[in-house]
Design a protein around this ligand. Structure first.
Ligand SMILES: Cc1cc2nc3c(=O)[nH]c(=O)nc-3n(C[C@H](O)[C@H](O)[C@H](O)COP(=O)(O)OP(=O)(O)OC[C@H]3O[C@@H](n4cnc5c(N)ncnc54)[C@H](O)[C@@H]3O)c2cc1C
Ligand code: FES
Length: 508
């Protein structure tokens, strides 16, 4: 189900997406793709080109997941920094990662033109800049690392902006686009060429038996020779992948400003960093700024990151008003590279997840790679992204903190941390919180009419305690990023069942 928030991304007002039917009973295809975001639709398009009959299953609408909530930066700069990646994976593997990202930008640009998608794709420079001299050392290392990978990068003393900064790295041939318009375009082309795309169709389970696969949905069963899981999160608890991906929430505002916004991408070196672009070719006075990331479910006052971004906007631009704000979730991995490939223990089931904040390019590369693997074509990227990889040194600190995070939220949130509220009378309309009554925990939401809704806060995935997200009006799980609506329905992540209803009598 879509996020029930008033916080809708700017792209929704700018895109014209058609709707597709639900799955109507059982069908048989070559490949079932779960997920109608950039990863799933790219996979489907490439497979279709290779002559496969493909069905895409999307539980919401096309682009209604993270893709439609992203900021449409297309770059080959790495969230985790190239010099760190080279240290962890070695130069030759890092070069393959860079190649995958660069290829993805080329593919998006080519398809946008070839299929008349009109996603406002533009080649523009990207700048990674330091606000002050303290991060100059990092930038210097990043410059050398980027060059050693063969990336086109230059050192720049002054970006063409009015706010003060130290120096910057310029990546000349990056791009921006409208991500929602792009995936809606892919959906149109895929279906016009005979592909089956089913919206409001949720994959609930799967089977693999003697080389035959099936995906059971709420609308029928899809029989297939292979399944590509492109649901963004680590779906279905396969292998150990879900314990090696970590959920973060990222925030975005679109601010109308007095002076024209320069048409390039920008990222600063703050932690978490800010990412900035002009909204579109036509909207020269609308700047889109993202950032203020934090681990999912670990902050109740989720209005505060929006205020932080607004302050950043006011510090850097003459802001007239904030016109849009939204947030969404992304997943990072133990060793920071995505998991893309065949799921160990299965012959014909493939997954792509853990793209961090780079999933428009990684998701596109994942589509190409999964299609190659499914059709048995060689692809050099396979070894780098395989979900079977074990990188103890590269993964150790994140893996340990991920395990600690899970243990803390499983036990600590039950027995140690305090509740959000002491009485349900504290809740104003539109607010929620966790409360303990007679040693039992309740997740309580008061709707806009003042009526109380009571749920168990125990996540249906692996039992962590969910937290209230006041900006999105959702219940968010801090362990593996499962998110539920204020009424307990699953929005995203590994949980399959809604939060259990709990009798309300105890509360009043
Ligand atoms: C605020 C924000 C800004 C970002 N900005 C950028 C950016 O500028 N550049 C960049 O490269 N990356 C960016 N990212 C990351 C990027 O948006 C994602 O990594 C990328 O969109 C992932 O695409 P996807 O297709 O894998 O996932 P999604 O777009 O989430 O698509 C997955 C789809 O699967 C569906 N699904 C899930 N489970 C099921 C199921 N059981 N049955 C059927 N369907 C299912 C979902 O409904 C969803 O539509 C950003 C992320 C965030 C949070
Ligand atoms: S998402 Fe795994 S315990 Fe909640």
């Amino acid at each position: 189900m879509p996020l029930p928030s008033q916080n809708q991304p700017y792209w929704i007002s700018q895109s014209n997406c058609r709707q597709f039917n639900v799955l109507d009973g059982d069908i048989d295809v070559d490949v079932a793709v779960v997920g109608g975001g950039i990863t799933g639709l790219t996979t489907a398009m490439v497979l279709q080109d290779l002559g496969k009959r493909v069905a895409v299953l999307e539980m919401m609408r096309v682009g209604g997941g993270t893709t439609g909530y992203s900021t449409g930066h297309l770059d080959n700069w790495l969230d985790e920094l190239w010099h760190v990646a080279i240290r962890k994976f070695g130069e030759s593997r890092a070069r393959l990662v860079a190649e995958a990202r660069t290829t993805a930008i080329d593919v998006i640009g080519r398809w946008d033109a070839e299929f008349n998608i009109n996603s406002d794709f533009r080649r523009i420079p990207g700048f990674l800049y330091a606000e002050d001299e303290s991060s100059a050392g990092e930038l210097e290392k990043e410059f050398k690392a980027s060059r050693s990978l063969g990336l086109n990068v230059e050192k720049i003393e002054k970006m063409p902006v009015s706010f003060p900064h130290a120096w910057a790295l310029m990546f000349p041939s990056m791009a921006r686009f409208n991500p929602l318009q792009y995936v809606c375009g892919l959906a149109r082309v895929f279906t016009e060429r005979g592909g089956l795309l089913c919206e409001l169709t949720r994959a609930e389970n799967f089977k693999e038996d003697n080389g035959e696969c099936s995906v059971a949905t709420n609308r029928g069963t899809v029989h297939a020779r292979a399944i590509a899981l492109a649901g963004h999160a680590a779906l279905f608890g396969l292998y150990t992948i879900e314990t090696r991906v970590y959920p973060y929430q990222s925030y975005v505002i679109a601010a109308r400003v007095e002076d024209p916004v320069p048409d390039f991408l920008m990222w600063d070196t703050a932690g978490p960093y800010h990412y900035t672009r002009r909204a579109s070719s036509a909207e020269k006075h609308l700047v889109i700024i993202g950032g203020a990331d934090h681990p999912t479910g670990q902050r109740t006052d989720t209005d505060q990151p929006f205020r932080q971004l607004e302050q950043y906007a006011r510090d850097h631009y003459h802001v007239q008003q904030i016109e849009h704000q939204w947030s969404h979730e992304y997943f990072t991995t133990a060793d920071t590279l995505p998991y893309i490939g065949r799921v160990p223990d299965y012959d014909n089931i493939y997954i792509a997840t853990g793209f961090s904040g780079d999933g428009l390019t990684f998701g596109t590369a994942a589509g190409i790679l999964m299609a190659d693997l499914i059709t048995g074509r060689p692809n050099e990227w396979a070894g780098v992204f395989t979900p079977a990889r074990v990188k103890p040194v590269a993964s150790a600190s994140r893996f340990t903190s991920g395990v600690f995070n899970m243990a803390w939220h499983y036990l600590g949130d039950r027995y140690i941390t305090g509740d959000d509220i002491r009485s349900v009378n504290q809740l104003k309309p539109g607010q929620g919180g966790v409360i303990t009554i007679e040693r039992e925990k309740y997740a309580v939401y008061r709707d806009e009419d003042g009526e109380l809704h009571s749920l168990s806060p125990v996540c249906q995935h692996m039992g962590c305690i969910v937290h209230w997200n006041n900006a999105e009006k959702t219940w968010d799980c801090p362990c593996h990023g499962g998110r539920y609506s204020c009424y307990g329905d699953v929005i995203t992540g590994p949980p399959k069942q809604p939060l259990a209803q709990k009798p309300i009598e105890q509360l009043v």
